[in-house]
Ligand binder design. Structure first.
Ligand code: NAD
Length: 479
């Protein structure tokens, strides 16, 4: 990995951390070190913010067409270099190459989508209802943003924030997850190559995120925080943003219910559950976390799901035929294994998987648990791994109550052939996104985000760019 960028990127220049410190990045399939990356501290972060601050005024005045064309060139370049990016994602995050390629395609779509949204930024001019005044409403970029991303989708979580910020005319300090910094750094190099001006995107990698977020959130040059990660860290960052009343966007944790109704096409529901559970090895905020299945189809559904999951091929993401890679690190695997062991001790039945394999790497097998009850820890915590707990319900009322009994509200899935029921459930389930007869809802053209403790704001769709714009109103006396 020696030919890849591993330094900080500040004001268009690659540089080591001021302290000279570096940290190691590991391949989760082997535990081996694959790169050493600059370990930034507060001084580096403030230099990055200063660069973003200096670049903000000229960048905010750049015509939207120019910003759109940079994004479009970035889309073309990322698409052309898909294989290189996919291999890097697999190396540092572990997912199978086919999934890394799919992530690059998904991540690139945010660049294309927001290249198309940039020229659509608009305002309005109207007469006040009393006819006395004219009202002029316009948009302007929020200003320098701190973008913090997680490790599970190293390219897509970055483009989902960077693309709308570029489209809106904001400058940025990006802090990628320390487990997977390499993809963001390579993408930063790509953006510079396609003509993103110096200072617009600055990147600081670090093992001490609080040392960076603390001084940045307290600094009056920063105008916005966009965070994707866990709810506990999100809560701390909202609190830290309160003093300066920062504009915040939060994409936090989930605990998605996957509801299979008595009238569902069971085979379609099994295929939907395979995708909703196993995409990204279950390490996704939108992963089906609780499979709620009507008693009349529970046995058939669970047996078919166990058969499908036990056919997954577990191995290193770059090995031919692998369909499930390792978990990200030892801590994550211990958490997943602990949740399964706890559920089994409380009476759950393992239909497939359920135990940690021997050997190197952070592997955990696809696992299906039957006889899971709502009070078990596994039904109340984000699993973030390839484990499918099945709970049984008898009435639609009960399904809704079970689905909504969570502090989270990111996504809910429903499988039914009854249109009325589908619409009724889509209105009653407390989630920012609902999948009807599909296991995938993520789409760059749609507003991604949650309600309740799953977050604030939306990414993607027409809504995504609004997070990076201020609305300014000018009142004008009747001419
Ligand atoms: P995490 O909260 O541990 O870390 C996320 C990011 O925050 C990382 O870059 C980390 O370095 C940084 N961070 C941690 N402490 C910080 C601090 N004090 N100040 C500033 N930054 C800090 O989460 P993770 O384990 O990387 O990601 C998994 C979580 O992310 C899951 O809960 C998942 O649901 C969530 N997630 C949500 C979405 C969404 O769109 N809603 C998408 C992907 C992941």
């Amino acid at each position: 990995m020696t030919d890849r960028p591993t330094d900080l990127f500040v004001d268009g220049t690659w540089r080591p951390a001021a302290s000279g410190r570096r940290f190691d990045v590991h391949d989760p399939a082997t535990g081996e070190v694959i790169a050493s990356v600059a370990d930034a501290g507060a001084e580096d972060a403030l230099a990055a913010l200063e660069a973003a601050h200096r670049a903000q005024a000229p960048w905010g005045r750049t015509p939207t067409r120019v910003r759109a064309e940079i994004l479009r060139r970035a889309f073309d370049a990322l698409t052309a270099r898909s294989e290189e990016f996919a291999r890097l994602i697999t190396a540092e995050m572990g997912k199978p190459l086919a999934e890394s390629r799919a992530e690059v395609a998904y991540g690139a779509e945010f660049l294309r989508w927001f290249s198309e949204e940039a020229p659509r930024i608009s305002g309005r001019y109207l007469e006040a209802p009393d006819g006395a005044n004219r009202l002029l409403v316009r948009k302007r970029p929020v200003g320098p943003c701190l973008l913090i991303t997680p490790w599970n989708f190293p390219i897509a979580m970055a483009t989902r924030k960077i693309a709308p910020a570029i489209a809106a005319g904001c400058t940025m300090v990006l802090k990628p997850a320390d487990l997977t910094p390499l993809t963001s750094l390579l993408f930063t190099e790509l953006l510079a190559e396609v003509g993103l001006p110096d200072g617009v995107l600055n990147v600081v990698t670090t093992t001490d995120p609080a040392a960076i977020s603390g001084p940045l959130l307290a600094d009056e040059r920063l105008r916005k925080l966009s965070f994707t990660g866990s709810t506990p860290v999100g809560r701390r960052l909202i609190a830290a943003s309160a003093d300066r009343v920062l504009k915040v966007s939060m994409e936090l944790g989930g605990n998605a219910p996957f509801v299979v109704c008595a009238d569902a096409d069971v085979d379609a529901a099994v295929e939907g559950a395979v995708v909703a559970k196993m995409r990204n090895g279950g390490e996704a905020c939108v992963a089906a976390n609780r499979l709620l299945v009507h008693r009349s189809v529970a046995e058939e559904f669970t047996a078919k799901l166990a058969a499908r999951l036990s056919a997954f091929v577990v191995g290193p993401g770059d090995a031919p035929g692998t369909t499930l890679g390792p978990l990200i690190d030892e801590r994550s695997r211990a958490k997943v294994a602990g949740l399964v062991d706890d559920a089994v001790a409380a009476g759950a039945t393992v239909l497939t998987g359920g135990s940690v394999p021997e050997g190197p790497g952070w592997f955990y097998p696809p696992t299906v648990l039957a006889d899971v009850r709502p009070e078990m820890t596994i039904a109340n915590e984000e699993i973030f791994g390839p484990v499918a707990p099945v709970l049984v319900f008898d009435t639609e009322e009960e399904a809704v109550a079970l689905a909504n009994a969570s502090e989270f509200g990111l996504v809910s899935f429903v499988f039914t052939r009854d249109l009325d029921r589908a619409l009724r459930l889509s209105e009653r389930l407390e989630a920012g996104m609902i999948g009807i007869n599909t296991g995938v809802v993520s789409n760059p053209a749609a507003p991604f985000g949650g309600v309740k403790a799953s977050g604030l704001g939306r990414e993607g769709g027409a809504e995504g760019i609004e997070e990076y714009l201020e609305t300014i109103y000018v009142g004008i006396r009747d001419p």
